[in-house]
Design a protein around this ligand. Structure first.
Ligand SMILES: Nc1ncnc2c1ncn2[C@@H]1O[C@H](COP(=O)(O)OP(=O)(O)O)[C@@H](O)[C@H]1O
Ligand SMILES: [Mg+2]
Length: 367
């Protein structure tokens, strides 16, 4: 039976170091929930606390109604999949999957039936008599996944399970994992540092930084309305402009301002703000309107062309890797070259405004 997970004010310390200073999250029964953040932000630490491999210094973790802080890992009924497949090289695929059931009180006939079913679900039944060395990385990871779910765990925990696979296989496997999770219907906590993977695989994402959840929402909302500048730049690319806000008027430069049409929360007068514009949210404008820019570099990406830009009459937040405009090839009339000039407008419905001091979002969240 799959269960909900409730993490309340949990604290993790290693010696004097506080890794997680007090984190809360409620994960629904059957949900595919992802912890996303840069390397070292505490994702594995939190996952291991849920699994029971790490101590909990304060707070509680519950499965359904039951607090599990004091329950040892092997009694939490958890399925785990790691980056390294951790399958036995000397056992066949079938024996590897069966292994999980060996320590459970499952009658022999039912055991065989369950293994058959799971092999089919993860689509490795035709390889069941092979040894792991004769499987691809993706197939080996399917074996690991099958072994984790054959025991009907209460929750499934996955820590960067696709990191060892090459790019094409990663894309294929993330689709497979999502399909299998939905089919089995098991509450899943998935850890990754790969934002694209998180966006496509998750029901909901928690974006973490230094042990603190920055934002928790469905993928679309996190991309469209990042809660702060960290999220806006960690997930996808955001071009950041230093602008000023007066009422609903967002001014980029002496010659260019837009009306936010009631989206901005705080009343203000000439308040310095940071405006975040995603590369695909610029609109080409007739010459002389909007913001003047020059193409510095062109990168052809198949469906898109990406232009690195230089602006002359706006101020940009310092230390940005690049300022980018991307154009959908399907609708682009002409492809620009380095040195070309262009005029760009921004779409007030898509733009995000962040307070300069707190760096947090100031727009109403219109979904
Ligand atoms: N056993 C440990 N002892 C001391 N520090 C640790 C230990 N495990 C992890 N850490 C520290 O905790 C922080 C978070 O690590 P981790 O949870 O592995 O990050 P992530 O999985 O997000 O990359 C890091 O700074 C790491 O160095
Ligand atoms: Mg980790």
């Amino acid at each position: 039976m799959s269960v909900s997970i409730h993490v309340q004010n949990v604290v993790k310390q290693y010696g004097q170091m506080t890794i997680i200073p007090g984190l809360s999250v409620d994960i629904e029964n059957g949900e595919f929930f992802t912890l996303l953040g840069p390397s070292g932000c505490g994702k594995t630490t939190l996952l291991r606390m849920i699994a029971g491999f790490n101590s909990i210094e304060a707070g509680t973790i519950s499965f359904g109604e039951q607090i599990i802080n004091a329950i040892p890992a092997h009694k939490r009924n958890i399925g785990m999949v790691f980056q390294s497949y951790a399958i036995f090289p000397h056992l066949t695929v079938r024996k590897n999957v069966e292994y999980g059931l060996q320590f459970r009180d499952v009658p022999k006939a039912e055991r065989a039936q369950r293994v058959d079913e799971i092999l089919k679900t993860v689509r490795i039944e035709e390889y069941q008599d092979r040894l792991p060395e004769r499987l691809s990385g993706g197939q080996q990871q399917r074996v690991a996944l099958a072994r984790a779910i054959v025991v009907h765990p209460s929750v499934l925990l996955m820590d960067e399970p696709l990191s060892n696979l090459d790019a094409k296989l990663r894309v294929e496997m993330r689709g497979a994992i999502r399909d299998i999770q939905k089919k089995v219907g098991i509450t899943t906590v998935y850890v990754t540092h790969d934002q694209e993977e998180a966006l496509c695989i998750s029901d909901r994402i928690a974006v973490m930084r230094e042990g603190v959840i920055q934002q928790m929402n469905v993928p679309q909302a996190i991309y469209a309305r990042p809660a702060n500048i960290f999220v806006a730049t960690f997930i996808g690319h955001s071009n950041l402009f230093q602008a000023t806000l007066s009422g609903q008027e967002l001014r980029f430069s002496p010659g260019y301002a837009i009306d936010m049409g009631g989206q901005v929360r705080a009343g203000s007068d000439n308040t310095p703000v940071i405006a975040g514009v995603r590369p695909e949210e610029f609109l080409l404008a007739p010459p002389g309107r909007g913001l003047a820019a020059r193409v510095v570099k062109t990168t052809f990406l198949g469906r898109y062309v990406n232009y690195e830009l230089e602006f002359s009459d706006v101020s940009l937040l310092p230390d940005q890797a690049s300022i980018e405009f991307s154009q959908d090839i399907g609708v682009a009339r002409t492809v620009l070259r380095p040195g070309d000039t262009l005029s760009l407008e921004v779409n007030p419905e898509k733009i995000n405004i962040f307070a300069e001091d707190s760096q947090s979002l100031m727009c109403e969240v219109a979904s």
